[in-house]
Design a protein around this ligand. Structure first.
Ligand code: HEM
Length: 138
């Protein structure tokens, strides 16, 4: 394939990070620029090279579920907490490349935006999910 010989049965792992950090596809890839995903008309668009869930036959089967989970997780977190870094600088984007690519360890502080609202929400959700097992006090 394109000059490479891939032995039958070889385990091939696509290097998605290399595509996402390729400045030919995403100029200044280390910069946070949500407008990369907007068309000139201001509509949401997804470049062909954006592939967090892989491509082709082995593309992630849980992509829709994962997107919803991520949205709920991060929007709830940011809705409820002010998140700040304890370190003087952020960990950078080099990260640890293992099975997945994850950031180096760093510490954060999550401060409830409104403590009384948070307590009420926890109590309401705990009551729904674990009516007989969990009690929250606050
Ligand atoms: C942020 C969350 C997730 C990311 C970034 C992600 C990413 C990926 C990627 C890149 C692949 C393709 C691997 C390859 O090319 O061989 C993959 C495969 C797969 N993912 Fe996910 N995934 C996520 C969440 C999930 C969830 C929530 C499920 C199931 C509920 C799931 C189920 C699968 C399955 C079954 C495959 C294998 C598909 C196959 O080989 O035919 N993933 N995922």
């Amino acid at each position: 394939m394109e000059g490479y010989t891939i032995p039958q049965g070889a385990h091939v792992i696509p290097h998605i990070y290399a595509v996402h950090m390729n400045p030919d596809f995403f100029p200044d890839p280390e910069e946070y620029r949500p407008e990369r995903f907007l068309s000139p008309e201001g509509k949401f668009t997804q470049p062909q090279q954006f592939m967090p869930f892989g491509v082709g036959m082995r593309r992630c089967l849980g992509d829709k579920l994962a997107e919803k989970e991520l949205f709920l997780f991060f929007s709830s977190l940011i809705h409820m907490f002010d998140v700040t870094s304890l370190s003087p600088s952020l960990p950078g984007l080099s990260g640890k490349c293992e099975v997945t690519h994850s950031p180096h360890e760093f510490q954060i502080v999550c401060v409830p935006r409104k403590a009384d609202t948070l307590i009420r929400l926890i109590q309401a959700n705990a009551a729904k999910a674990f009516p007989s097992h969990i009690r929250t006090y606050g």
